[in-house]
Write a protein that binds this ligand. Structure first.
Ligand SMILES: N[C@@H](CCC(=O)N[C@@H](CS)C(=O)NCC(=O)O)C(=O)O
Length: 249
């Protein structure tokens, strides 16, 4: 949503809400490290692009099952590369990264079921808190590498997102109901309509699906919006050009 100042018929200046030019659905799971990267880059560009962002928490295990895909991390060589790649990305994206000590076990044994059920409950019952609770859970899973499924972890994530204790407790209780369990399943199944096979995935205007946090520049091109790199800093390009001697003051 954008706000514009316009004169009404009587010449009085009024602020009017304009619908965003494009809608982006972001499918993610807090267990997916590339979702962590993609989510934060999208948050940065949400303020720059004329888009409305809809967060779609889904279960990555369900996505793989539905599409008969397999997590790339099951391959040891790919897994080791992923950890190196993430370190590089954390640096270039300026995001904290501290994977859990036994990352393989954390990802494949621990899973994210309770965390994603909580996010599904937040999306359904307290949608205005969804972005903040997502930030808090990603901070636990990849910023700090700590548990995301135990009830105390969920309470801590809600507290970090500044939810009052009673609201948090209601959401955690709701996350254990059939209503929310079924909702997470149907939201995950709904990703099939866009041929989503991995995360993060971005769906533009309910039509074009992009897989990967590394597709943001291509999304920018499709939207005809600017791309200033992962930090979304419009001055960065100028500074780089100045430092490389390509541009002069
Ligand atoms: N190149 C992508 C990689 C994303 C990725 O590997 N995502 C994993 C989950 S963290 C996945 O769903 N992979 C499915 C696949 O590679 O088929 C990026 O930069 O985001």
């Amino acid at each position: 949503m954008r706000f514009l100042s316009k004169s009404d018929d009587a010449g009085v200046l009024r602020t009017v809400a304009m619908a965003a030019r494009h809608q982006i659905k972001l499918f993610y799971d807090v267990l997916s490290p590339y979702s962590y990267i993609g989510f934060h880059v999208m948050r940065r560009y949400q303020r720059i692009w004329d888009v409305s962002l809809q967060l779609r928490p889904v279960l990555i295990g369900g996505i793989f099952k539905n599409t008969k895909n397999a997590p790339p991390g099951l391959n040891k060589i790919k897994f080791d590369y992923m950890l190196t790649d993430l370190k590089r990305l954390a640096h270039t994206h300026q995001l904290p990264l501290s994977p859990a000590p036994n990352t393989m076990e954390y990802m494949f044994k621990g899973g994210s079921l309770q965390a994603m059920r909580l996010l599904t409950a937040v999306a359904a019952d307290q949608p205005e808190a969804l972005e903040d609770v997502t930030v808090a859970l990603f901070d636990r899973s990849w910023g700090k590498g700590v548990d995301i499924n135990a009830e105390t972890s969920l309470q801590e994530a809600c507290a970090a997102a500044k939810l009052p204790t009673d609201t948090a407790q209601n959401l955690i209780q709701a996350s254990q109901t059939d209503r929310i369990k079924e909702l997470l399943k149907s939201n995950t199944d709904a990703a099939q309509q866009y041929n989503i096979f991995g995360l993060p995935s971005f769906v533009i205007d309910d039509k074009d699906m992009y897989f990967g946090a590394d597709r943001m520049d291509v999304i920018a091109a499709q939207l005809n919006e600017p791309w200033y790199g992962p930090l979304a800093n419009p001055y960065q390009k100028d500074v780089q050009e100045l430092m490389s001697g390509k541009a002069k003051l």
